[in-house]
Design a protein around this ligand. Structure first.
Ligand code: L34
Length: 288
């Protein structure tokens, strides 16, 4: 059993990105600039955005976090998006999700210029991704593919079960893995899937992205499977901060059966962040 170390892999990628940025800057170009809009006080979102801001610094990027209050109206947020769309100093920006309930997430996403949509969430980017065209690939699926590649996990002809059909992880993951170059046979499982346990049990690669702690048990996983855990639920814990992060996979039980498995934390999370950096670097390279 090999533990796929997302933290270490992200550090390696960071060094590659930082070296490229140093070259850009030495050539007289401005460092990539990422802006994150954070609306409200969701604790997890604040942590993720702080991690992104820190990683920007470590890559040599410029970064700005726009903190907006919980009561921000949809119109105010849309105005901020429009301002960033037109700001030549900004290469890419993200609107951290989830947004407060009174704001229509889809409407906000659709207002983002596809050229600056480094999350890859706009319909233009999603369409380009589905067609296999040049696009910004959403950070979490991109990070998972990078892990599979760097650990030489074979995907061609393999059966893959993706659990969860979210727009930001499960759905794009299923599409990407089925494309030429990855060549997996993918089943996208969700809350209405019949015989989910049987489907997962046949899979060579299991990607758990449903948001239910410990959902994937040892008896659901084939001996020798590769298991990628995208879950990041905060649960109460007996430690100084009072909580810990747990994945969708019952790690203690499942790990011994796997050829490869990602831990939580330190697996997919750091790769999500570094993939966002890669997209931002790409956006900066494309600027006129
Ligand atoms: N717009 N919203 C937008 N883009 C995204 O790409 C995200 N996502 C998801 C939530 N909303 C978003 C993230 O950034 C999830 N996500 C994310 C980013 C980083 C980490 C986890 C999720 C992360 O750093 N995980 C650490 C543990 C962090 C902790 O202590 O909570 C890990 O090692 O898994």
């Amino acid at each position: 059993m090999t533990i796929i170390d997302g933290k270490l892999t992200a550090q390696q990628l960071r060094a590659e990105i930082a070296a490229e940025v140093a070259e850009m800057v030495a050539a007289g170009q401005a460092a990539p600039h990422l802006v994150a809009i954070l609306v409200g006080n969701n604790g997890a979102s604040m942590t993720y955005v702080a991690n992104k801001e820190k990683m920007c610094g470590e890559c040599g990027f410029r970064s700005t976090v726009l903190r907006m209050p919980e009561e921000t109206t949809e119109e105010q947020l849309l105005a901020e998006v429009e301002r960033l769309n037109n700001d030549p100093e900004v290469d890419g920006f993200i609107v951290q999700l989830p947004l407060p309930k009174h704001i229509d997430e889809q409407r906000v996403i659709e207002a983002i210029s596809p050229r600056k949509d480094v999350d890859g969430f706009t319909p233009i980017n999603v369409g380009a991704m589905v067609l296999g065209l040049e696009c910004f690939v959403p950070a979490t699926p991109a990070g998972i593919l990078e892990l599979l590649k760097r650990y030489n996990v074979p995907t061609a002809g393999k059966k893959c079960a993706v659990i969860g059909r979210s727009n930001i992880v499960g759905r794009p993951m299923s599409i990407l893995l089925s494309q030429k170059g990855w060549d997996a046979t993918v089943t996208l499982c969700h809350s209405r899937t019949a015989n989910l346990a049987e489907t997962v049990a046949e899979a060579d690669i299991v990607i758990a992205a449903l948001g239910i702690p410990g959902f994937v048990k040892a008896n659901m996983v084939k001996e020798g499977a590769t298991v990628i855990d995208v879950g990041i639920t905060r649960v109460e814990a007996d430690n100084a901060r009072g909580w810990k992060v747990v994945g969708d996979v019952d790690y203690a039980e499942v790990a011994p059966k796997c050829s490869y498995i990602t831990p939580v934390p330190g697996g997919v999370g750091p790769m999500t962040i570094i993939s966002l950096m890669k997209n931002t670097l790409l956006a900066a390279k494309r600027r006129k």
